[in-house]
Design a protein around this ligand. Structure first.
Ligand code: 5AD
Ligand code: SF4
Length: 438
């Protein structure tokens, strides 16, 4: 059988999509992790920031020499960059044989055959229905312990800085029946943790004659499938984090006490220009509710530094919110203007790059302190850890995560990946907890 090599960039959704792609092509290609042996190379791309795209352009240049050495090698580009730049990419990147947008993966066999016979091809049609509902992803490149399950696609929020509504199209939910069948299969295959995935999971909604399914209900149904199965979700918009959902997370021991709740900015003026549809006050209300119901719950965030028109005072308010919440973790970025988005059309990208860098560095430094404080608070506590594998630093140590999604390293005993172990925290850095089995 011919060999397929897939390289994935960007978010968890993209990694989940690559598993769907591997499934669609499984009768034509066997997967390889050696690019030199591949007959087909697929690059699943991200457009979220300019840097992400630059990295992929560079990678495509490298692939040109591989293609010269390997006669007959085909190279295809998938994902958000395909959708954003469309067929233009076939002109600017001659290494590409075809490109396919996020809703066009079922047409890959056709694109592969046609481009082989008749030159470059593309399919970047977006769909209002495609959820790859009936496709059981091929789980490659995973630890056999935790897996992603895609439950909805697309986004209707139109945050002004974001390309996702343009690259992934309208929001649509996948049927509960096929989601539950997929989780059932994972349980059967020995997986211990599922992350329910979507650009905006908590607006998941399904209605049929038998009744309706909200995201909170879906979480409960999945949690009840096995007490040994950990359930996580990503990613959520603060506007949709309902009381019902917070109460559901609190009610089930096996729903992880970790919520990624991107704030983006602490300034109401900036939030408004970002079209985030909430205020700082509303956001803090949600955080208070979470902490009231689950004092042990970890919260992480995304923050953008130097958005259009952001003043020093706006930036100061972001730092203030970070302190007020005391985030466990943060993904932090400099604003990067993306063509076609609302902010690119409406607002000037007027914070100079050096100033964006300075603000970002301040944010990163503060988050370092907050993560360290949070980890120090965990010293002496005992956590149930799901073992994922051997630590990178030493063969004698294992690593896993607690419910709060923190990585814990501890000395190897007899346990295997997929086992639960109680670990007492004895030491920490800002990024990692260290402990001993008890
Ligand atoms: N510039 C910088 N960061 C961005 N993000 C999304 N779009 C942009 C952009 N244009 C960040 C947001 C989002 C995360 C996935 O990426 O913080 O939550
Ligand atoms: Fe990147 Fe966003 Fe597309 Fe994910 S959805 S690949 S983060 S642009």
């Amino acid at each position: 059988m011919k060999k397929l090599y897939i390289e994935t960039y960007g978010c968890q959704m993209n990694f989940a999509d690559s598993e769907v792609v591997a499934a669609i092509l499984k009768d034509m290609f066997a997967l390889t992790d050696d690019i030199e042996k591949a007959d087909l190379v697929l690059i699943n791309t991200c457009s979220i920031r300019e840097k992400a795209e630059q990295r992929i352009h560079k990678r495509l240049q490298e692939l040109e020499s591989l293609k010269r050495r390997h006669h007959g090698l085909q190279v295809g580009l998938l994902g958000c960059m395909a959708e954003r730049m469309k067929e233009e990419l076939l002109q600017t990147e001659p290494v590409l044989d075809f490109i396919a947008g996020p809703d066009a993966y079922r047409s890959l066999p056709q694109l592969i055959a046609d481009s082989q016979n008749a030159g470059p091809r593309f399919n970047v049609m977006l769909s209002e229905e495609e959820t790859y509902d009936n496709i059981m992803p091929v789980r490659y490149d995973v630890n056999g312990v935790s897996a992603f399950v895609s439950i909805m696609r697309g986004c209707n929020n139109f945050c002004s800085y974001c390309v996702v509504p343009y690259t992934r199209g309208r929001e649509r939910s996948r049927s509960p029946k096929t989601i539950l069948a997929e989780v059932e299969q994972l349980l059967h295959d020995g997986f211990k943790e599922v992350t329910l995935l979507g650009q905006n999971v908590n607006s998941y909604y399904w209605k049929e004659e038998a009744g309706e399914m909200t995201f909170a209900k879906l979480m409960a149904v999945v949690a009840e499938m096995s007490p040994d199965l950990r359930v996580r979700f990503a990613t959520s918009h603060p506007k949709d984090i309902s009381d019902e959902l917070i109460e559901t997370i609190a009610r089930y021991d096996n729903i992880c006490k970790y919520i990624h709740l991107p704030v983006q900015s602490g300034s109401d003026a900036v939030l408004k220009r970002m079209n985030r549809s909430y205020t700082r006050d509303y956001y803090m209300g949600r955080v208070r509710k979470i902490k009231e119901m689950m004092p042990e719950c970890a919260i992480s965030t995304d923050i953008i530094a130097g958005f259009c028109g952001e003043t020093i005072e706006d930036h100061r308010q972001t730092l203030e919110v970070m302190r007020e919440v005391g985030y466990e973790y943060a993904y932090m970025f400099k604003y990067s203007e993306r063509g076609g988005t609302l902010s690119a059309k409406r607002y000037a990208d007027d914070v100079p790059d050096e100033e964006k860098t300075r603000r970002l560095e301040e944010i990163i430094a503060l988050q370092g302190e907050l993560s360290m404080l949070s980890n120090q608070r965990d010293m002496g506590k005992i956590f149930r850890v799901l073992v994922e594998g051997t630590s990178k630093r030493s063969q004698d140590q294992l690593y896993g995560r607690n419910s709060q999604n923190k990585v814990i390293i501890f000395p190897r005993g007899t346990e295997q990946p997929g086992d639960y172990v109680d670990v007492k925290v004895t030491d920490c850095t800002p990024a990692t907890l260290f402990g001993v089995r008890i």
